[in-house]
Design a protein around this ligand. Structure first.
Ligand SMILES: [Zn+2]
Ligand SMILES: [Zn+2]
Length: 442
């Protein structure tokens, strides 16, 4: 069969049972879980994969799953990914009432489109024409949230990295993968978005320590940790004019604990923040400035600041050859007004980490409403486009990569200039990790 005949067969495979990936997506929507806690989600996917009589490896990085199907001849191993997690979004119409977890980023459709690709490709007639293998991975914890809880688990040795793909990389789950691809939901898209770049991030968890005293009677005896935190945040704002536009620096702290009771000088204030930027150097530079601001806050009141810095995600970029190949299929099957070139995005994903290790693409698909991601407004309106059509476009990309003795996949792999080896990558992340206390008590 030639490539277009293989693609026709893949479409037939999927169309007959396209309710299965759509129903799974809707089931996951109704049972949202946050990162490293996606036990119900993982079990549902495991059970679904088992109905296709596949060997499934589960429990990778706690809740992750992996299964591989083989072409008839040896060749590269292409991974198609989906993400398991939601994030806490109180009042989202499909929130878990206990945990407030909700699929406000559309990861439930990613699991659906990953499964749709599998269904499309998983038949003898198709695999007979492909050289190499296709690995389907459901990966935990993409949303970088619940930092305090995850850091506690990290200190207890449950996992080392807060992002699921990072932990997968460390555990060796990507050691045999040559190319990785996944399709993410995106608000306000008519069809598909391809290419683009995105910010990386460093995460920080900060504690200002002061001294408590009666807020009305004895404020002079206290050391006000909230004042220290306010001065630190003002100092961060004062640095914004020093950030250059092309570095896309974003620093957005929140106070997660601002004091105990109002008639007491606060002796403990906790802050979480991300320091985001378009390059590793720019993020490190901004992070250095943030640390100075945090110390300045503590210094100004004579208090103490404990700064925990955690490796976040690396900036993302798509492999240009792989992205062009993906777009060829969009051009064949969609009108030009349904295909959008993505620019730089301020958000971050651990697909950026994979981009430093191998050729990747991280295209976007519509089907969502206009609600901002991570808010209670974000919902998927149409499941056919982000599950079935997105799954099909990925399956077609795999067919183009692995047909004809995997000629195109091998060319992409050969021309790709890897930024980091696995050991360099792990060293980079581990070097970012730090925990330091600065005491300015007189
Ligand atoms: Zn997302
Ligand atoms: Zn998200």
């Amino acid at each position: 069969m030639n490539s277009s005949e293989i693609k026709n067969k893949a479409t037939q495979n999927l169309e007959i049972i396209k309710n299965i990936p759509i129903d799974l997506s809707k089931e996951i929507l109704k049972n949202p879980e946050t990162g490293y806690k996606e036990f119900k989600t993982s079990k549902k996917i495991f059970d679904t994969l088992k109905t296709f009589e596949l060997n499934v490896e589960d429990g990778i990085a706690i809740t992750g799953l992996k299964t591989t199907i083989q072409g008839s001849k040896p060749g590269p191993n292409i991974a198609i990914l989906g993400e398991l997690d939601g994030l806490p979004v109180p009042d989202h119409p499909f929130e878990d009432k206990m945990t407030h977890a909700a699929h406000a980023c559309g990861h439930h459709i990613q699991i659906g489109n990953m499964l749709a690709s599998l269904i499309a490709l998983n038949s003898k007639e198709i695999l007979d024409n492909l050289s190499g293998s296709i690995t389907f991975m459901a990966v935990p914890a993409e949303e970088y949230v619940e930092i305090e809880w995850r850091n506690l688990q990290r200190n207890n040795g449950e996992f080392e990295f807060l992002g699921g793909k990072q932990e997968f990389i460390k555990l060796g789950a990507f050691d045999d993968i040559d190319i990785s691809m996944m399709t993410h939901a995106r608000k306000s898209l008519k069809g598909f978005g391809y290419g683009g770049t995105g910010n990386g991030l460093i995460a920080k968890f900060i504690k200002f320590h002061g001294k408590t005293s009666h807020a009305g009677g004895d404020p002079h005896l206290g050391i006000n940790a909230l004042n220290a935190a306010n001065i630190a945040m003002s100092a961060i704002h004062a640095n914004r004019e020093t950030f250059e536009d092309e570095n896309h620096i974003r620093i957005h702290p929140i106070i997660t604990h601002g004091g105990a009771v109002v008639n007491q000088i606060p002796d403990l204030v906790k802050i979480e923040t991300f320091v985001r930027g378009a390059s590793i150097d720019a993020i490190k530079d901004a992070n250095y400035k943030v640390d100075k601001c945090l110390k300045a806050g503590a210094l100004s009141v004579g208090g103490e600041v404990e700064i925990t810095t955690l490796p976040g995600y690396l900036p993302i970029f798509n492999d240009s050859n792989l992205s062009s190949l993906y777009k060829e299929n969009l051009d064949i099957f969609y009108d030009q007004d349904q295909i959008e070139k993505i620019n730089h995005g301020g958000g971050s994903t651990d697909m950026g980490d994979l981009a430093h290790l191998m050729p990747i693409i991280h295209p976007y698909v519509g089907g969502a409403n206009d609600g901002s991601h991570h808010t209670k407004e974000f919902l998927i309106d149409d499941y056919n486009l982000p599950v079935i059509e997105a799954g099909k476009m990925m399956a077609f990309t795999v067919i183009d990569l692995l047909a004809n003795n995997a000629e195109r996949a091998n060319k992409i792999i050969k021309e790709h200039k890897r930024k980091l080896s696995k050991s360099q990558y792990l060293r980079l992340l581990r070097d970012i990790s730090s925990n330091d206390t600065y005491n300015f008590n007189d």
